[in-house]
Design a protein around this ligand. Structure first.
Ligand code: ADP
Ligand code: MG
Length: 665
């Protein structure tokens, strides 16, 4: 029999998890993230893309990229409100009044259930890969206010994805389960869930494992997106004043603006201020225009006062409906990514005097609850005892001195985690397992708990031997580390008493040191990112110079070619400089110089009335590539600049990540 998983099928993001070694855990996606955007799209080749991949094509391919599908599920066309259907893709009613979504690329219409089923399928695939086993059923969560047909449609989606639904669970109930409230004799709990596009308040009475949703209220049109829009409007208005261009009328500019706004918003949950920069956002007669704005919490908060006001009423109504008083409420649970916004957290404190529970990640708490329910159904969690957690991350040192974490901080114990490592040199006959504890990316900066050697590995090329390293912490906090050579079966292990043999003071100081150093590490990392982007641009510029000398001869576009050469030189000069701003400036000058060179290409093309078919394909025109709507619609994929932008906005791909682990010992 296959396994059972728990799924939080969110409007914006979905999460899947499973019970492992008696504990609910979240399973990372094949892209390495713990949440998967609830987005489905089709590419020009009619290929389906889901999650992060689909999110990445939102800008370029909005008509074939579908998000917020949960708003349509189980609803008739007449039930939808104006704002649900104002999406950039095509939504319509079929002859029966059912909602259908259209993809121009595939030329088909889809029922929302069908698209949602592909999201579920992806989650299941990721879980199966992780587990090395099949998954045949799931517990899936839905909002407490979902009616019968919305619940049924959710079930249908799962059936379409090829799995059985063991239970449809209310999201607030799942959140309360995740906090283990079912075990206390009696509790009044308020769940405050602010997600990407919806706001739900639920009041639950829990007594001896019975969950009773007493009242729910909310606003189906209020969520993180509204906060993003406030930032978008703020920037767009400023821009309009300056250049008399409304960026919101340009689909692609708006999408880029929205993504930058969301990023800035998330950053402000941790930082006091940030920068919003969007080079080449549009163009006017003078050439390309850019956005560069400082943004801080104060401005953000002043923009969002009306949204905060809108959060108040549903809470008040739900409390009134339940017949309780605010001071009767025992626990407040914060759910949804948007409850990370500091002003939202402050607001909650003014509504209910108790400090909210925050020990479970708000993005994951619903999924964890679904997993617990799945564990209860499968019988895996009968004797769940939540006793203790690991106070600091445990891991081992890999080649290059990087820390590979096997058991992250705050993982409940007992727990077992393992991973496979290999040799870093050919014919290496032994590996050293150096166990460390701490939060820093560089292993040497974490505390060493001990080391041992596994020898007798048969000669083989580097990377071939497989050494399975397992960390096992029992209920008493004893850590056993073992390494097994999969070829010979040879095993070595050590027991380290007290995986938490640090006293509280030491723990606190390690955590605060890591926090302090985190920004330094982040800086190091962003320097590397910036450098990589600059290198990519240089490579492109060099290619274009070669193209130019082929096209125009060495002197045909001398001024523009020279400008690009000088700009390349500048970027190269600043590459190893520690000043990020100089590098950034030189990179934008190079972009502008390239822009000039490409205008030259475009101009030549115009003069030449018999344009060679190949020119556009071979050389492209940067101007076309960046600004022409047609171009994007035609062929959004063969675009070098564009992937460069993508990198900028989404960070570098994992492959470039200097902190990424090679898994070599
Ligand atoms: P849903 O339940 O709708 O699927 P989530 O709970 O995943 O949504 O929340 C998604 C929303 O949370 C998005 O609007 C996202 O921008 C926001 N969000 C995520 N992380 C943060 C953060 N650190 N600060 C502010 N907002 C955040
Ligand atoms: Mg949610």
């Amino acid at each position: 029999m296959g396994q059972i998983v728990g799924i939080d099928l969110g409007t914006t993001n979905s999460v899947v998890g499973v019970v492992e070694a008696g504990r609910p855990i979240v399973i990372a996606s094949s892209e390495g993230t713990r949440t998967t955007p609830s987005i489905v799209g089709f590419t020009k080749d009619k290929e389906i893309v889901i999650g992060d991949q689909a999110r990445r094509q939102l800008v370029l391919n909005p008509k074939n990229t579908f998000y917020n599908l949960k708003r349509f599920i189980g609803c008739d066309w007449d039930e939808l409100d104006e704002s649900s259907i104002s999406v950039p893709y095509n939504v319509k009613a079929n002859e029966k009044g059912n909602v259908r979504v259209l993809s121009p690329f595939t030329g088909r219409e889809y029922a929302p259930e069908e698209l949602v089923s592909s999201i579920i399928r992806k989650l299941i695939n990721d879980a199966e890969t992780y587990l090395g086993d099949t998954v045949d059923s799931a517990v899936i969560t839905v909002p407490a206010y979902f009616n019968e047909s919305q619940r049924q449609a959710t079930k249908d989606s799962a059936i379409l994805a090829g799995i059985k639904v063991d239970r449809i669970l209310n999201e607030p109930t799942a959140a309360a389960l995740a906090y283990g409230f079912e075990k206390s004799s009696s509790n009044k709990v308020l769940v405050f869930d602010l997600g990407g596009g919806t706001f739900d308040v639920s009041l639950l009475k829990i007594s001896n494992g019975v969950f009773d949703v007493k009242a729910t209220c909310g606003d189906t049109q209020l969520g993180g997106n509204n906060f993003d829009s406030k930032i978008v409007d703020w920037i767009a208005e400023k821009f309009k004043k300056k250049y008399n261009i409304d960026l919101r009328r340009d689909r692609q500019a708006l999408q880029r603006l929205t993504e930058a706004a969301e990023k800035a918003k998330c950053e402000l949950s941790g930082l006091q201020k940030t920068k919003i920069s969007l080079p080449f956002i549009t163009t006017n007669n003078d050439g390309p225009l850019h956005i560069e704005e400082d943004f801080d919490r104060k401005i953000f908060e002043s923009l969002c006062q009306d949204l905060l006001d809108r959060l108040l009423e549903p809470v008040q109504i739900a409390i009134d409906d339940s017949g309780w008083q605010a001071q009767d409420i025992d626990e407040v649970v914060l759910v949804g990514g948007s409850t990370r916004i500091p002003m939202v957290q402050q607001l909650v404190k003014t509504l209910v005097p108790n400090d909210p529970c925050q020990s479970v990640n708000p993005d994951e708490v619903v999924a964890i609850g679904a997993v617990i329910q799945s564990g209860i159904i499968s019988g895996d969690l009968r004797d769940l005892l939540l006793n203790d957690i690991t106070p600091l991350s445990l891991g081992l040192e890999t080649i290059g001195g990087l820390m590979k974490v096997l058991i992250p901080r705050n993982t409940p114990i007992p727990v077992r985690q393992s991973d496979v490592f290999s040799t870093s040199e050919s014919n290496q006959s032994s590996v050293v397992v150096q166990v460390r504890q701490g939060e820093r990316p560089l292993a040497s900066e974490n505390k060493s708990l001990g080391k041992f050697r596994l020898s007798g590995i048969p000669p083989a090329p580097r990377g071939i031997p497989q050494v399975q390293v397992a960390f096992d912490i029992d209920a008493n906090g004893l850590l056993e580390v073992s390494a097994t050579d999969r070829t010979t079966g040879r095993k070595q292990s050590v027991t380290i008493s007290g995986g938490s043999n640090l006293n509280e003071e030491e723990i606190n100081s390690i955590i605060s040191e890591a926090k302090l150093k985190a920004s330094e590490d982040r800086k190091k990392r962003s320097v590397i990112d910036r450098k990589n982007n600059a290198l990519t641009l240089i490579a492109q510029a060099e290619k274009r110079l070669r193209d130019a000398s082929l096209e125009f001869g060495p002197y045909g576009a001398e001024r523009q070619q020279r400008a690009v050469e000088i700009a390349i030189q500048d970027v190269e000069d600043f590459l190893d400089d520690d000043d990020p701003q100089e590098l950034e400036l030189s990179v934008s000058s190079l972009q502008e110089a390239l822009f000039g060179l490409n205008r030259k290409f475009a101009a030549v093309k115009k003069v030449d009335n018999n344009p060679l078919q190949g020119i556009k394909n071979t050389f492209g025109s940067l101007k076309d590539e960046l600004f022409s709507d047609d171009y994007w619609d035609d062929d959004p994929w063969d675009n070098e600049m564009n992937s460069n932008y993508r990198n900028k906005r989404y960070g570098n791909s994992r492959d470039d990540d200097p902190w990424d682990n090679d898994y070599f010992l």
